[in-house]
Write a protein that binds this ligand. Structure first.
Ligand SMILES: [Zn+2]
Length: 71
């Protein structure tokens, strides 16, 4: 079970270090990207990670963001 524990620690470490800068510009069109809130559950813990999306290049992402805000 040592290997499983090690893998678990690696994933936890990765999630703890995956905080993204709050302002990021789209490499495609230069617009400021929105953050799609995503909650990631692993090993009894939860992380709120903002997934950067460009609503100009991906208009459907805006619907997802609005939906998550209401929910
Ligand atoms: Zn874009």
């Amino acid at each position: 079970m040592a290997q499983v524990r090690e893998l678990s620690l690696s994933i936890t470490e990765f999630l703890n270090n995956s905080s993204v800068p709050r302002v990021r510009r789209c490499p495609g069109c230069g617009a400021i990207m929105e953050y799609l809130p995503v909650t990631f559950h692993f090993d009894g813990e939860a992380w709120d990670i903002g997934l950067p999306v460009c609503t100009r290049c991906e208009p459907t992402a805006l619907e997802l963001i609005e939906h998550r805000r209401v929910a």
